[in-house]
Design a protein around this ligand. Structure first.
Ligand code: ADP
Ligand code: MG
Length: 228
């Protein structure tokens, strides 16, 4: 047990250091990005403009890696309170609605009313559903449907959230690697989304299942235990 405690402490310190480091990296990146944008204006219409555009795109990628990494180092210090899954889902849907509209996606939400509160970190749980929506958006480049359904499983004493998309789907190899850190099939993906999701759900004592069929779509099921 003592070893486990020491290991947990070491990991917490490492997490804190990583988070601090990421903040330190971010500031100069913001400055670099600012100057590059100036340079881009300056070089507009010249053959050199392309170099700046490429550099800015790479910088964007570094930024998304860093912000995902920051989320990753956070789950260690989670704050647990009674939270309503309906409220979490409603908040997340509000955040993604405008983008869904722009992308001509149809979002259908069905929230059961009899769901008891769960004990957890609502900010982290929002991240979970936000990331699942983001992946669904990426899987629907030509439009389509996303449906979300929540229910309460009395037998398993857990809240169930099912998110379905009618997108590209995945082959078996992709499904098998989906929770691996840095695994991505996207040109500008970080491959940290599902890894972080899994970590947060594990921290909440929950479960996540992914079912998918190529050209048909994907169903992600999240199960979270109801708190005492
Ligand atoms: P990223 O989104 O940065 O690629 P994720 O960890 O969120 O990283 O996802 C890893 C990979 O899993 C994605 O690159 C994609 O291939 C696959 N994936 C995840 N969700 C879906 C989905 N809803 N439909 C199709 N593929 C998905
Ligand atoms: Mg993702």
């Amino acid at each position: 047990l003592e070893d486990a405690v020491i290991k947990a402490e070491k990991l917490a310190i490492l997490g804190q250091m990583a988070a601090g480091m990421v903040h330190e990296i971010r500031n100069p990146l913001t400055a670099i990005s600012g100057f590059l944008q100036l340079l881009q204006k300056y070089l507009k219409g010249t053959p050199k403009e392309e170099y700046v555009t490429l550099t800015l795109n790479e910088l964007k990628h570094v930024n998304s890696l860093i912000s995902d990494f920051l989320k990753l180092s956070k789950p260690g210090f989670s704050k647990r309170t009674q939270c309503s899954i309906s409220k979490i889902i409603t908040d997340v849907v509000m955040l993604v609605e405008s983008e869904a509209f722009l992308r001509k996606l149809d979002i259908n939400v069905d929230i059961a009313t009899d769901i008891p509160a769960i004990v957890g970190d609502s900010d982290q749980l929002k991240q979970v559903f936000l990331n699942i929506f983001k992946n669904a958006f990426d899987a629907l480049p030509h439009g389509g449907k996303i449906s979300l359904q929540t229910s309460w499983d009395r037998h398993q004493e857990c809240v169930q959230v099912i998110i379905k998309d009618t997108g590209t789907g995945m082959d078996e190899q992709t499904i098998a690697s989906i929770f691996d850190p840095f695994f991505t099939t996207k040109e500008s993906g970080t491959g940290l989304g599902m890894f972080i999701i899994k970590k947060i759900i594990d921290n909440h004592g929950g479960r996540i299942e992914v079912q998918s069929e190529q050209e048909k779509g994907t169903t992600v099921t999240v199960l979270l235990p109801v708190g005492e």
